[in-house]
Every structure is written in C-alpha cells, then in structure tokens.
Design a binder for this molecule. Structure first.
Ligand code: NAD
Length: 424
C-alpha cells in the first residue's frame, strides 16, 4: 500500500485532508491495492460555476458555486447542496467524499456528491433566492439528473429550494423530473418522514449502542448540542423512549436541568423566542460545559469541529452519536478512544437523511408513495443493519468505530471498482 495524506493538526483542520487521512488509514488496514486510494483520494469531477443574479435593487451580483462528484462506482452521485457565506471548494470536496462512504456504509446504491453556493441566504429575499436556485441548477444541469447525480437539502437549503430547482430542471428537459432532487415538498414527490430522518436515524444507532453497552434507555442521561432539525428530533425521540434530556443548546446558549427537559416544550419556547435560552425551570450552561457533562449519550448535532482535543479531554459521555457531519477532530478521536468513549461516526449515525432520500427516489421512480409509518420502519431496519455491520468490523478488527465504518464502506466501493475493471 502506497500513498500519502496531508498531515492534519488542530490548527489546520482542513476537512478534505481529514477525509483523505481517514481513507488512507482504512485502505492500509484493509491491505488494499494502491489503486483504490489513488482513485478515491479526490473527487472524479468538480464543477465550478458563476451564477449571475439580478438582485431586488436592480444590481447584478455573481455567486460562485460548486458541484463535486466524488465517486459513482456504486451508483449515481448523491449528496446535499449547501448555501453558506463561508463555504470553500475543499469543504465541498470533503463532504462529497464523506457522502461516498456514508452511502456505502448503509449499502445504498449511490456514490457521493455534494454542492454549495457561496452566499448568505439570511441576507437575501425569497425572490433573490429563487433566482439563485434556478440559475445554479441551470449551470450544473448537464452533470445532474435522476440517474446521474441527485442533490438534496443541506445547511440553509430547504424543500422550497429543491422545488424551484426541480421546476427549472423539468423546464430544461421539457418533462417533469421529480427524481432529480430529494428532500422535496410532499406535494412534489417528497417522502413522508424525510424531515425527521436524520435525527431518527441517529437515535436508532444510539439505541443499538446502548444495548451493546448494557445501558437502559429508561432514565438514561442524554445531552444534545444543536437544537435544530436533527438535534430536536433526536431529543424528542429519546425523551419519548424514557431517556432524560439533561441539557441542550443552540447558537445562542444552553440550558440544563438534571431532572430532564421536555423537548416538545423547549421547541415551542424556541418557536416563540428564537432560542432555547431562558426556558423556564432550567439553568444556563456554556457550550464547553455542556459537551463535558457526565451523561450516557452525547449527540453533537450542530457543526463541524466542535469536539476538539481540549474538549475531548473532559468528555464524560459513554456514547457519542454524531448527528452532525464532522463534529469530532482527529486528535479528539484519539483522546476519546483512550477515555473509553464509544463514538458512533457521522458516516453511520447521520445517515438517516440520505437513507430516506433514497426511499424518496425509489418512490419517485415507481410513482407509489409509502405512509410515514412504513418509511420509519424501513429506516430502522436499514440503520440497525448498518450499525450491526460496523459493530462486527469494530469487534473483529479491534479498531475504533469510525475506522470500522470507513473500512466497511471502502471495502464495498473497492469491490465495485474492482468488478467494473477500474483497478486493472
Ligand atoms: P439546523 O440548522 O436545523 O440546526 C443546527 C443547530 O445548531 C441550530 O439550532 C443552531 O442554532 C445550532 N448551533 C449552531 N452553532 C452552534 C454552536 N456553536 N453551539 C451549539 N449549537 C449551535 O441544521 P441541521 O439540518 O439540524 O444540521 C445539523 C448538523 O447535522 C449539520 O452538521 C448537518 O450537516 C448534519 N446533517 C443534517 C442532515 C439533515 O438531513 N438535516 C443530514 C445529515 C447531516
């Protein structure tokens, strides 16, 4: 096995280098032929586009965007589309690589892709956002499609944006192409259960891990960082199963109540006030203190690089279920390993969203739509099966769960590339 990955330190947390390193470690542990790393160390294609938009004040403003297609050995590229002012091409490339491995861990018939537009949607009107969304999908229309590359919502994009893009693409192709995007509104071929799928999938993996460690759900102490889409659903489902949500936070601050918080009441408070802060009967808690609380399950559901080496040294959770993408740094991972924390990696624990996106695409292809109960049952089957596969690799190979998940997925992608004749 040859190949080199760029070193990653806490100062240079470039997600693309982190992902290359994770890939290289998995290739080395599996003893794979050098061609596997050589092909997978970068995306197959990255398209950069400039999208001019007529703003509401009449000025023309150009936005830069990317679609990164990492690898399609297992099926069409699949992955979200992010609108964010700070997004970089390296971030998009890394996220597309992670999608290849996330889809492969679950056994979905997809490769990995990701897209982004550098913009601040919070500063844009609805009409400006619509023009940007239509312009972006026109620019990338030759490389996307239901059998080629299927985008979905990600940070600061939503079902409405998916609907505009489907409409624009359908006009270009002169027929309805609902299978182009997933995460669409229900009326346009969206799937029941999609909006809750990431939080729900994370909970299914946490429940399996708790069984393995002999932790009863009833009364288990759970902490959630990031009370947004994924975090609020995870908190609510854990609470419904009898766990105690002792602390949670959002970008404005955190709340703590050792007796347990009611996530439904907190969500109502957040809808009224804009934040979880000031929830009656709870104490305030800082982000650092929240991540280091003594608990059974910690669910990071906010952003990347939240659990750094400094934070990890004080983490007292028994299980970390990564609902967010990339919340733990590589150095923190090593420290958590020494501290005996079982980390359920993002490419497994946050895969509920893409799994129900797959169900949505299947429903679009067949034109037959499943009730929410059926979607949730199938999601549980897929998540538990993936957890079991990773856990088996973890036990057999005596490697951390993250490496086990990478090994399982890289093995699948390598096998597909081998039988397709890409490796000689
Ligand atoms: P979201 O915007 O709905 O929620 C994010 C939450 O995190 C918000 O409540 C925000 O206030 C909070 N937050 C931001 N910075 C914080 C900080 N420093 N400390 C504490 N809280 C902070 O986004 P989401 O869709 O729930 O996504 C959250 C994470 O899950 C992201 O990493 C995303 O990539 C990942 N993810 C989401 C999906 C999905 O389907 N929604 C799928 C896979 C992965």
């Amino acid at each position: 096995m040859t190949g080199k990955a760029t070193p990653v330190t806490e100062e240079t947390l470039n997600p693309f280098h982190i992902c290359q390193r994770q890939l290289l470690e998995a290739c080395q542990a599996l003893g794979l032929e050098p061609g596997v790393y050589e092909i997978l160390k970068q995306p197959m294609k990255v398209m950069e586009v400039a999208v001019p938009v007529i703003m509401d004040d009449g000025r023309v403003k150009t936005f830069i965007g990317w679609r990164s297609q990492h690898n399609d050995a297992l099926g069409p590229f699949k992955g979200g589309l992010r609108f964010h002012p700070d997004v970089t091409m390296d971030e998009v490339k890394a996220l597309s690589m992670w999608m290849t491995f996330k889809c492969a861990v679950l056994g979905l018939p997809y490769g990995g892709g990701k897209g982004a537009v550098r913009c601040d949607p919070r500063q844009m009107s609805r009409r400006e956002l619509e023009r940007l969304s239509r312009g972006f999908i026109q620019r990338v229309s030759e490389i996307v499609g239901p059998d080629k590359d299927i985008p979905a919502p990600d940070v600061y994009t939503n079902p409405q944006i998916m609907a505009w893009m489907v409409d624009e693409f359908s006009r270009v192709r002169e027929h309805n192409c609902f299978g182009l995007m997933t995460g669409k509104p229900l009326v346009l071929g969206g799937s029941a259960g999609r909006s809750e799928a990431t939080g729900r999938g994370c909970v299914y993996t946490c429940l399996e891990a708790m069984k393995r460690l002999g932790i009863a759900v009833e009364g288990a102490r759970v902490v959630v960082q990031g009370f947004g889409n994924a975090g609020s659903v995870a908190a609510r489902l854990m609470h419904e199963r009898g766990a105690r949500i002792i602390a949670l936070n959002d970008s404005s601050g955190g709340i703590l109540n050792a007796q347990g918080l009611d996530p439904v009441a907190v969500l109502a408070h957040k809808a009224r006030t804009g934040s979880v802060v000031g929830f009656p009967g709870a104490q305030a808690i800082s982000n650092d203190d929240l991540l280091q609380l003594e608990c059974d399950v910690l669910i990071p559901a906010a952003l990347e690089n939240q659990i750094t080496a400094r934070i990890a040294a004080g983490v007292k959770a028994r299980i970390i279920g990564e609902a967010a993408n990339g919340p733990t740094t590589p150095e923190a991972d090593e420290i958590l390993l020494q501290r005996g924390v079982l980390v359920l990696p993002d490419i497994l624990a946050s895969a509920g969203g893409v799994t129900v996106s797959y169900f949505e695409w299947v429903q679009n292809q067949s034109g037959y739509y499943w009730p929410e109960e059926e979607v949730n049952q199938r999601l549980e089957v897929w998540m538990v099966r993936a957890f079991n596969g990773v856990y088996r690799m973890y036990q057999e190979q005596k490697v951390p769960m993250r490496q086990a998940a990478f090994m399982l997925s890289v093995k699948r992608v390598a096998e597909a590339m081998r039988v397709r004749g890409w490796l000689g």
